[in-house]
Design a protein around this ligand. Structure first.
Ligand code: PHE
Length: 454
């Protein structure tokens, strides 16, 4: 295995590995999706539940995926071939993971493209002086435009590919190590601005005061889906990045750090957004357009609004690109190791496929609006299918594999770095992985689906 790991390279430092994984976790899921979903499900109660899912369920599964990745030293599918050579059925988890990443990257690249357009719009002050209705109109006509959003999506796919072609050390690690601290800093600045606005009290109590009465079965499913989506679990991502993690690193503390940073950014995004939304009397529950319609309105009304608008959209674009890099890496590593293509050709071909699928997602918001799958547009279908079903199913499969199939000693040997790390948490981790996680995931998947169907 050592020749293999020499050829494939890997993260050169603990910080590099953690920064890359945080870069994957922190994305549109935190800054675009989390605030609007929390808004739709009533704020505080949703957030409490979300925290329970992140730390009670998410972290053990993250560690589990890291175990699979580092122990095998392979891509999301090849990992199962190395660990369980005689049981080909488990390769299915890997295939599902790669397909999940293809679907996520397709719709994600569309929204990530919008963030580039909005960065540009804020730099040129393109939305200044517009009324709320004009801002909404501008957004709708932009996303429904037959080719403009596709151009931005293409640009994003190109930039992502340019980093991934450089490989893990020279591309991904180098880029994320610089970008992530910048991102944290911008986020803090935005929070300070928002908290000094007059609506900050109202915004904060919306975010943090739990009203459990509002929480439905669909809300519980949404909280779990959001936790899984935000931590990038169930999509082979942490198996892939885990395969680059150094043997001496403590994976448990890495996962705590990744999950805490991811949650901190999501909460900070809420703190940056809701006080401002309440200050200007706007609706916290405006759905996916919260960031693109409601916020520009906020910036228009705020002193130094253009400056903060630029900061915000740069932040969003950077967060998105460190995530698309990780999504592309899952697919590219699979193509390189399973289809035996060179990294460069694998990156180019994968990016072209994603560009085409993403264009379809983009068109489904305008020109192809009437083409629906079970009443969902292609774009919404991709979003719902992955966050609500494919990723939880992927996570469930990982827990069953590690908790019930793969030998317990093997799992414990890998988490504890061959017995050198001794902590009470290891036992709890294994218990959650074997019993709690599969039960909770199954129950919520079933009741949530019934709730949605009914
Ligand atoms: N965690 C990412 C976000 O919050 C989304 C993601 C999901 C990335 C799955 C990789 C794999 O934006």
């Amino acid at each position: 295995m050592s020749t293999n790991s020499e050829q494939r390279g890997g993260f050169t430092s603990y910080f590099g590995a953690v920064a890359a994984a945080v870069g994957s976790a922190v994305g549109l899921g935190n800054i675009w999706r989390f605030p609007y979903i929390a808004g739709e499900y009533g704020g505080g109660a949703f957030i409490m539940l979300y925290l329970i899912f992140v730390f009670g369920l998410g972290v053990p599964i993250m560690i589990g995926e890291f175990v699979i990745g580092r122990r095998s030293g392979r891509n999301a599918m090849g990992a199962f071939r190395v660990l369980s050579p005689k049981h080909k059925g488990w390769l299915g988890i890997g295939i599902l993971a790669v397909i999940t990443c293809v679907i996520i990257y397709s719709f994600y690249s569309v929204v990530a493209g919008w963030t580039i357009e909005y960065t540009w719009l804020s730099c040129t002050n393109g939305l200044a002086g517009k009324e709320a209705s004009e801002i909404s109109e501008a957004f709708t006509s932009f996303i429904q435009h037959p080719y403009l959003p596709i151009l931005f999506q293409g640009l994003l796919v190109f930039l992502t590919g340019a980093v991934v072609i450089g490989g893990v050390q020279k591309g991904i690690e180098k880029f994320t190590k610089i970008v992530m601290p910048v991102l944290f800093f911008i986020m803090l600045l935005l929070c300070v601005r928002s908290l000094t606005l007059p609506g900050s009290k109202e915004g904060m109590s919306f975010l943090f005061k739990p009203e459990f009465g509002n929480l439905t079965a669909t809300g519980v499913l949404a909280a779990m889906g959001q936790a899984i989506f935000s931590l990038s679990i169930g999509a082979g991502l942490l198996i892939t990045y885990g395969s680059y993690v150094r043997k001496e690193d403590n994976m448990m503390s890495s996962c705590f750090f990744i999950a805490s940073s991811d949650t901190a950014i999501a909460l900070l995004a809420g703190i940056a957004i809701f006080p401002a939304v309440f200050t200007f009397g706007l609706s916290p529950a405006s759905g996916p357009s919260l960031v693109f319609e409601t916020l520009p309105n906020v910036f228009n009304n705020m002193p130094m609004g253009q400056f903060f608008a630029i900061l915000f959209f740069v932040l969003l674009a950077l967060a998105a690109i460190t995530t698309t890099i990780s999504l592309l890496e899952v697919i590219v590593l699979w193509v390189v190791e399973e289809l035996h293509l060179k990294r460069t050709s694998a990156t180019i071909i994968t990016s072209l496929v994603i560009f085409a699928l993403g264009a379809l997602c983009s068109l489904s918001l305008g020109t192809l609006k009437d083409f629906t799958i079970l009443d969902y547009t292609f774009f919404d279908a991709c979003d719902k299918l992955t966050a609500t079903y494919l990723m939880p199913i992927g996570a469930l499969a990982v827990t069953i594999y590690l908790g019930w199939f793969y030998k317990k000693e093997g799992v414990l040997d890998e988490v504890s770095n061959h017995g050198t790390l001794k902590t009470w948490y290891i036992k709890l981790f294994y218990f959650v992985l074997r019993y709690i996680a599969p039960i909770v995931l199954t129950v919520i998947l079933i009741t949530g689906s019934l709730g949605i169907a009914g």
